[in-house]
Design a protein around this ligand. Structure first.
Ligand SMILES: [Zn+2]
Length: 60
């Protein structure tokens, strides 16, 4: 076999810009947690900067 088509790669929809994006090698380890197509989209939110989503969970 040869010529693996990129179309075979899994895809997701960016949570920031809403555009579909394909799997990338850089996400091989964190693909399950990837939600944004790029660092730009990930940093769209000014609140959280590269870190776990720390919301006021369980504060009801
Ligand atoms: Zn995006």
């Amino acid at each position: 076999m040869r010529g693996v088509k990129k179309e075979h790669l899994p895809t997701k929809v960016c949570a920031a810009c809403g555009r579909p994006f394909a799997w990338r090698k850089r996400w091989a380890r964190d693909w399950d947690a990837v939600r944004y197509c790029s660092d730009r989209c990930r940093g769209d939110r000014r609140a959280a900067v590269a870190g776990p989503v720390a919301t006021a969970d369980g504060a009801r």
